[in-house]
Design a protein around this ligand. Structure first.
Ligand code: PMP
Length: 289
């Protein structure tokens, strides 16, 4: 595997960062997860834009332009001769002192890893997933805004641990007001009476690229899409429910907190959206070769 670090490729063995990097010491940095399908990088520009938005929000100046970052991403995939893969882009605050002041970090580090990902067991895509709401509340947007895809994912990890303890794969996180925010690494949608609903970003959700793509596909298919606050009651009484994410793609949900959703099987509209999503991933995006 060839890993891009600050403009050079290293082997997996040699791909190392300093113990004084504030990305490691404090989770001070940002990241992206991007996927390539069939020799094309899916939604590359959208992901790179979000990386720069996250960086701007934490006053981190990425030492590369958008265009250079897009080129480096495609080049790293090409160097690894991959046609279908998952790419992790990381920008850390860089090497500093043991104190947390980011001023001690003179140069951010850029890392690009092109590999594989399987976030959920394959059979769950056909069967649908059982999820639970958890006690860990989503970060307040006035504290660490969940729109920032930062290297500090402890809020999400705590919720994931609670999902693990409950014996399920994923957790629904509520915000401090009790409205549904999102899952630990996925956005959440419900379908009720043929229309699609998802929490607004202000509820504590990441501006998901897959979320946006699914909303576009739905609108083009004449399905009404609304961003609105959802309660657990809305989830329990949904006709269908699914999660979206670059890694997860579209995962049907069939049970929430012990309540069976709809018929207890992936719903017909969810299945249709999954098909259209997969069709789109095969034909769109930046060519790698
Ligand atoms: N929410 C969180 C917290 C995430 O980390 C992610 C990315 N895995 C998502 C939602 C989904 O976003 P995207 O569709 O852009 O991958």
């Amino acid at each position: 595997m060839k890993i891009f670090i600050d403009g050079k490729y290293c082997s997996e063995r040699d791909a190392k960062v300093s113990v004084f990097d504030h990305g490691l010491l404090y989770g001070d940095g940002v990241f992206e997860g991007i996927r390539a399908y069939n020799g094309r990088v899916f939604k590359l520009k959208e992901h790179i834009d979000r990386l720069y938005y996250s960086a701007k929000a934490i006053l981190l100046e990425i030492p590369m332009t958008h265009a250079e970052m897009m080129k480096a991403t495609v080049a790293t995939i090409r160097a690894n001769k991959l046609r279908d893969c998952y790419v992790r882009l990381i920008v850390t605050r860089g090497i500093g002192t043991l104190g947390l002041n980011p001023r001690s970090c003179k140069k951010p580090s850029v890392i690009i890893i092109a590999g594989k990902i399987q976030v959920y067991p394959a059979e769950l895509y056909a069967r649908g997933m059982d999820i639970v709401t958890v006690p860990t509340v989503r970060n307040l947007h006035s504290a660490v805004n969940p729109a920032i895809k930062s290297l500090n994912y402890l809020n999400n990890i705590l919720a994931k641990i609670e999902a693990n303890n409950a014996g399920v794969e994923e957790a629904v996180m509520l915000n401090a007001e009790g409205f549904v925010a999102e899952c630990t690494a996925d956005n959440l949608f419900i379908i009720k009476h043929g229309a699609l609903f998802t929490p607004p970003l202000s509820a504590g959700a990441l501006y998901g690229i897959t979320r946006g793509t699914v909303m576009e596909i739905a609108e083009q298919a004449g399905i009404k899409v609304s961003e609105q606050n959802l309660t657990r009651y809305d989830l329990f009484n949904a006709d269908e429910c699914f999660l979206t994410g670059t890694g997860a793609e579209i995962m049907p949900v069939i049970k929430i907190d012990g309540r069976v959703i709809g018929s207890g099987k992936p719903g017909p509209l969810t299945v249709k959206l999954v098909e259209e999503y997969h069709a789109l991933t095969k034909v769109s995006g930046e060519p790698i070769f």
